[in-house]
Design a protein around this ligand. Sequence first.
Ligand SMILES: C[S@@+](CC[C@H](N)C(=O)[O-])C[C@H]1O[C@@H](n2cnc3c(N)ncnc32)[C@H](O)[C@@H]1O
Length: 369
Amino acid sequence: MPSILCAAWILLPAGARVRISSPRRGLQARAERKPKPHNSVPLLPGGAGKYEIFMPRPQRQRSTPEGEHLPVMLAEVLAALAPHPGETAVDCTLGFGGHAIELLRRVQPGGRLIGLDLDAANLDPVRQRLAQVGGTYSLHHSNYAGLAGILANEGVLADVILADLGMSSMQVDDANRGFAFMRDGPLDMRMDPTRGRSAAELLATLSQAELAGAFRDLGDEPDAEKIAAAIVAQRSHKSVQRTGELMKLIQEAAPVKVAKGPGQPTPWQQRIRPVARVFQALRILVNRELANLEHLLRILPECLNSGGRAAIISFHSGEDRLVKQAFRDGLRAGIYAAVSDEPIRADFAERQRNPRARSAKLRWAKKPN
Ligand SMILES: C[S@@+](CC[C@H](N)C(=O)[O-])C[C@H]1O[C@@H](n2cnc3c(N)ncnc32)[C@H](O)[C@@H]1O
């Protein structure tokens, strides 16, 4: 059974992960356990042990052991949304259906679930899981930015709406999707592989300034300019097509001088940070993640019934800032009757049990009755 990773988790060798906390506040990468580097080779002559490139392993490996799927902050989501029998619930980001199943259960009898995902490959597995619960549900291969149209077609408004942002581990686990730098594969990164431009296409066509701006603004990469320059120099004779090529290029353009001493992240964690930051920036760019979220936040009120509730789980500060601002503006304008004051975080037990939950922030908003 596949499991879900959220936006902020990037696969590392031997199952360890780097957590990206924020594109603005600085990226604090933390591996959960000390990885065993594979195929490490010296980057600079005589620099072995100081600067190293970690080559991606070619074989496919799962990010999370089977059966370990844990939807993030499930109890908190259900408390915020308070789904009731007979209501219409929308899950904008089905993933593996962890939240959707519980929403469907709680709107029974008489209610319905409407589920969306940008990635059509997620729909069939979720459909099979929902069938075990029964009840009424419809699943759509759609961007959540198109939610208003879907609800209009179904002739309903929602009582509860959930968006759990980011990517799923099914996407990360598949080397052919190009999300994970530790899995060599084509640089695609599209959550919906049927449309839009892949990461390789963006790397081949954006100007150096555009690339640098993306790495800086979406990844908070201090060496954004150097990395963008290296990509542009490389593509003048051969385009960057694979995750492994990009990883190597980043590590050559922005070699990390490892800081030693108590409290320092491990050398491996320090070396992998620029790669994680650039991959995150590219993924956000490829999938227009901030623009989609802004659109969803604009249409949320018109998608909700009176008294309707919305909850959004985000994984980096760029997203959380958008949610916070939209909910606060909505409260001030009387569009919402109440919103969460502070982001809700996973409790200690969940953070221990499920490292994916550590960077998650949940905010909710409620429309007037
Ligand atoms: C973190 S996973 C959701 C996990 C899910 N809550 C669960 O418990 O199984 C995020 C999912 O959102 C989808 N997604 C990302 N952006 C989207 C968008 N703009 N519209 C619809 N789905 C999107 C991804 O394809 C991914 O499957």
